[in-house]
Ligand binder design. Structure first.
Ligand SMILES: C[S@@+](CC[C@H](N)C(=O)[O-])C[C@H]1O[C@@H](n2cnc3c(N)ncnc32)[C@H](O)[C@@H]1O
Length: 356
């Protein structure tokens, strides 16, 4: 018999130095390698949280207890988290649901979703308790059909907008605090980036988007300035500078920063068609909820909240819903202190009528 040769040892992985940073604390996202590895550095992650900050690569879930209560999660057999993100809400839903409870979690982000899926699987949440699909929640009905839940679910939850992981990573182009490509797509493999959209959009449409999506008071003059720089606005800092330079000179610096923030928000909403997909999800609710089922939305600005409120009121008038929240739920002062990103959040809920 021929002697079997020893298998070659696998090649050593090439040693890569971690990024160096100036000073005592990392400032750039990619330098925060300790925060990005919470299993190895749990004390550091706790320390960052105790300072009211979100550790890099994480998202702190908002109004979790409120969501668990209004969705009656502890009695739910089937639920949907339309916006998985870091999975903070999903994890708490799974822990609160009965042992036979099953959750379907959706997200459009192809970069973040595999990380969250791996994190939740490592915690023991495997199929069928947790199904994860990369899809837009605008396709909720067909997705339920695909997983065999055409007869509906007990709750639907959506925590709208972008996650901290998306905002904090400058390569995604959502932040004007660091330079990065002006992208802003939650799914960067589809549609136009913010830079491409700016390049092909005329002044009138720019102004309309800044007004409709974020009530920007200086919309016209910003639109005029950005249209003049068509083709040159390719990074987040270039855009932020162009907006500042377009504003009336007497404006306070804080007011100018609010305009920059509103322009970034308006572009993000446009590039991701956030209102279009939200309307599509709202239209499907009466069909996807079982009688007595609950729905709750976490919204972060008036454009979102108005749409949810109106859809719930229309649903009540049509007899699809038989109860709505009287008042929105807001984060407590303690939650806002611990997580300043929670400050603008509003939680609205509705209950599907018992008869269809
Ligand atoms: C605010 S975060 C959710 C955070 C999550 N609740 C948690 O506890 O980590 C919003 C997430 O929803 C995703 N998202 C936004 N719009 C979406 C859509 N139309 N369809 C599916 N996912 C969407 C984003 O990619 C992001 O990951």
């Amino acid at each position: 018999m021929q002697a079997m040769s020893e298998p070659e040892p696998p090649p050593e992985p090439a040693h890569r130095r971690r990024p160096r940073y100036k000073g005592t604390h990392p400032r750039r996202f990619e330098e925060k390698y300790k925060e990005l590895d919470p299993q190895r550095y749990p004390e550091l992650v706790e320390h960052v949280r105790s300072r009211g900050q979100t550790p890099a690569g994480q998202h702190i879930p908002i109004l979790v207890d409120g969501a668990l209560a209004v969705l009656d999660v502890s009695h739910a057999v089937r639920g949907v988290d339309c916006t998985l993100g870091f999975g903070g809400h999903s994890e708490r839903f799974l822990r609160a649901m009965p042992p036979s409870g099953e959750l379907l979690a959706l997200d459009v982000d192809p970069l973040q979703l595999p990380r969250t899926q791996a994190r939740l699987r490592a915690l023991g949440f495997v199929e069928p308790r947790l199904r994860v699909r990369r899809t837009n929640f605008a396709a909720l009905g067909p997705t339920l059909h695909e997983v065999g839940w055409s007869d509906g679910v007990d709750f639907v939850f959506a925590d709208l907008g972008v996650s901290s992981m998306q905002i904090d990573d400058p390569t995604r182009g959502f932040t004007f605090k660091h330079d990065g490509p002006l992208d802003m797509r939650m799914n960067p493999s589809r549609g136009f980036s913010a830079a491409q959209w700016l390049e092909r959009t005329d002044e009138a449409r720019l102004a309309a988007v800044f007004i409709e999506h974020s009530d920007e008071p200086h919309a016209e003059r910003i639109a005029r300035a950005l249209a003049r720089r068509r083709g040159q606005l390719r990074t987040t800092l270039t855009l932020a500078e162009a907006v500042r330079a377009s504003l009336p000179p007497h404006l306070e610096a804080e007011e100018a920063e609010r305009s920059v923030r509103r322009v970034f928000q308006a572009l993000r909403i446009e590039v991701n068609d956030e209102f279009g997909v939200l309307d599509a999800l709202l239209r499907q609710l009466p069909d996807v909820l079982r009688p007595g089922g609950r729905v709750a939305f976490l919204t972060f600005h008036s454009g979102e909240d108005r749409r949810v409120k109106k859809a719930f009121e229309r649903g009540l008038a049509a007899g699809h819903f038989d109860a709505l929240c009287d008042e929105v739920l807001r984060p407590s002062s303690a939650e806002r202190r611990d997580n300043p990103r929670a400050a603008p959040a509003k939680l609205r809920w509705a209950a599907r009528a018992h008869t269809r």
